[in-house]
Design a binder for this molecule. Structure first.
Ligand code: 5GP
Ligand code: ZN
Length: 134
């Protein structure tokens, strides 16, 4: 099956590339949340970041850092670094990628959902269960 990001890696479809290294690259998102919204990907196809081996992941995160610093040097005040894993989390392109979304105070790009303080009992129960599953 053809993968859009694999096609970008191969140069078969164009992209506005901002970083091109050994095993990772970064290019501008075609449908940006804000100007400069960048996607950082491994060149090899992995379905999501959970599948990426740790040496490649290290390169990926170095690239995320470089892109984030560039966006801040470009004039932004901060970034959101996020990766959607699975359709339920909003993943549409099934080739691992990390979004670097540039932020300015007051841009109101994302609203934090309403939250409420969890009880220690609930937190303790969930943490215990997760420790068991890790
Ligand atoms: P996801 O929802 O899978 O985390 O995000 C995929 C992202 O890829 C979206 O933000 C979308 O705009 C971007 N995208 C999809 N197709 C293309 C493309 O052909 N070129 C580029 N540059 N970005 C793409
Ligand atoms: Zn791919």
């Amino acid at each position: 099956m053809t993968c859009v990001f694999c096609s970008i890696v191969k140069g078969e479809i164009p992209a506005h590339i901002v970083l091109d290294r050994d095993r990772v690259m970064a290019f501008l998102d075609i449908n940006p949340v804000a100007p400069g919204h960048t996607l950082v990907i491994p060149k090899e196809h992995y379905e999501n970041i959970l599948e990426v081996p740790k040496d490649v992941l290290a390169e990926l995160m170095e690239a995320v850092k470089a892109v984030s610093k560039a966006l801040i040097n470009y004039g932004y005040e901060g970034v959101n670094v996020l990766s959607n894993v699975g359709p339920a989390a909003g993943q549409v392109i099934m080739h691992a990628h990390i979004h670097v979304i540039p932020r300015k105070s007051g841009d109101e790009l994302f609203k934090r959902p309403k939250t409420q303080r969890a009880s220690d009992e609930e937190l303790s129960k969930i943490a215990q269960e997760l420790r068991r599953l890790i």
